[in-house]
Design a protein around this ligand. Sequence first.
Ligand SMILES: [Fe+2]
Ligand SMILES: [Fe+2]
Length: 276
Amino acid sequence: MENSELSPMEQQVAEQIMKGMESPSFQPPIFPAVAQEALQISKDPDLDLQTVATIIEKDSALAARFLSVGNSSLYRRGAPATSVKASLARMGLIAARDLLVFAAVEKSFFTSKQLGPAMKKLRNHTLAVSAGCAYLAQYKRINADDASLAGLVHDLGASAVFKFVTDKATQFKDLLANETSLNNVVAHLHCKAGAKIAARWELPEPVLKVIADHHAGGNDPLLVLVAAADELSAMCQMGASFDKVQKGALADFLGGADPEIVTDAFMMRLADIDAM
Ligand SMILES: [Fe+2]
Ligand SMILES: [Fe+2]
């Protein structure tokens, strides 16, 4: 998004926010240790489902969540999965890894007293783009282990900006009172803010690039995939209110296939997204 798309007031606030986020006193969101550990799952060639299931079962809330996701419309196949291991078998280790990462960051990234509905929308958008990345990668038979992780964190900067302005609600009260301006400012800043934060985390390099450049376009395979999944999620009414999707990204990605048919098939998988 170009600066010219911001009003002078929005431009001024955007500069204040970025300055605040660049100041030494700014405490960026922490990538929890458990999320960091979860990322190691895919790097261990000897890891099997039972080992991961045993780790998950130690936390009963997490175990319940894996059961419900394993039985959600995204993964449901035939008879219900009645164990964490059976859920994992449906999801696969990579999706399980990404659900662990999501569970670890969800509370700090996607809940806000003041911006409850906006954060909920961002949460569901994030899950939809993540599932969309995995779906599209599978559809085109691309081997992209970081696909759903990239989807999960692509708009990380948006939650950071939302959090920054609500933490300083008095200073940003005018912005918080104007939803359109807030969305414009978040649209403008979220890639830059996200890149700054992600640089402090040890995310894979292609994922960092997605956070920084997912609205700028480019030929990097993961960028192209996330842009397509962003448009796919918007077509399924799971867009983020601040995101300006790249129109045509999905059709370009699919080559010859009809985006509407792919969208209809994917939409059914999102039925339970609120409960995931
Ligand atoms: Fe975005
Ligand atoms: Fe997005």
